[in-house]
Design a protein around this ligand. Sequence first.
Ligand SMILES: C[S@@+](CC[C@H](N)C(=O)[O-])C[C@H]1O[C@@H](n2cnc3c(N)ncnc32)[C@H](O)[C@@H]1O
Length: 204
Amino acid sequence: MLTQPNPSTPTLAPTSGGGSCGCASTSMLFGEFEGRRQLPSDMQDHMLFLYMTARHWPGGAKILELGVRKGNSTISFLAALESDRAGGLWSLDIATPEVPDSWYESDRWQFLKAHDLSSRATDFAPPELDILFVDSEHDFGSAKAELDLYVPRVRPGGVVLCHDTDEPELSGPGQALTAYCEEHPGLSWTNRYGCHGMGVMRIW
Ligand SMILES: C[S@@+](CC[C@H](N)C(=O)[O-])C[C@H]1O[C@@H](n2cnc3c(N)ncnc32)[C@H](O)[C@@H]1O
């Protein structure tokens, strides 16, 4: 089974390298990531964790992101993929993301404006994922439906991340993760504290 190697110290993206290696794009996205993770946001405590989680997957991580808004999770994943020069990020949102136009130039990123439970969304999302990131609706029913639909696409060794899981008994995403694990013996999840919590469920 292929799994992500142990996280290591973040590697700074090269700022020069000569030739046409995409370094300018990597540097721009990495700079945006570094800048944003210094600024208060509801994702700040998790941005480095998202970056590290997305790095060093064999062949590059395949990531599905549900919920973009201002793009703090998006840039964490994109910076990792651009640093690795491998993998891809597929993002869904019902609204137009409030992100710089330059991000769309990354050949690592694809965005679809659609409800994440729609057939357009399921057609758009890769059939096999390394990382599923859930941060859209935060009620139990929506979060559970998203898990039911997309967790089966996460391959063994992959990981599911759900934002807003502090107070697991009260939060919709926390309750949804617990319900999913009860229905799938062998799975469990933990809460990573900070910025409303990040639920982490490894798939085996
Ligand atoms: C909390 S924000 C995402 C924040 C983002 N992950 C970040 O780190 O900045 C939630 C986003 O989910 C989107 N959303 C809500 N329900 C959705 C659905 N059913 N399908 C797709 N996107 C949805 C909203 O439009 C909003 O942009």
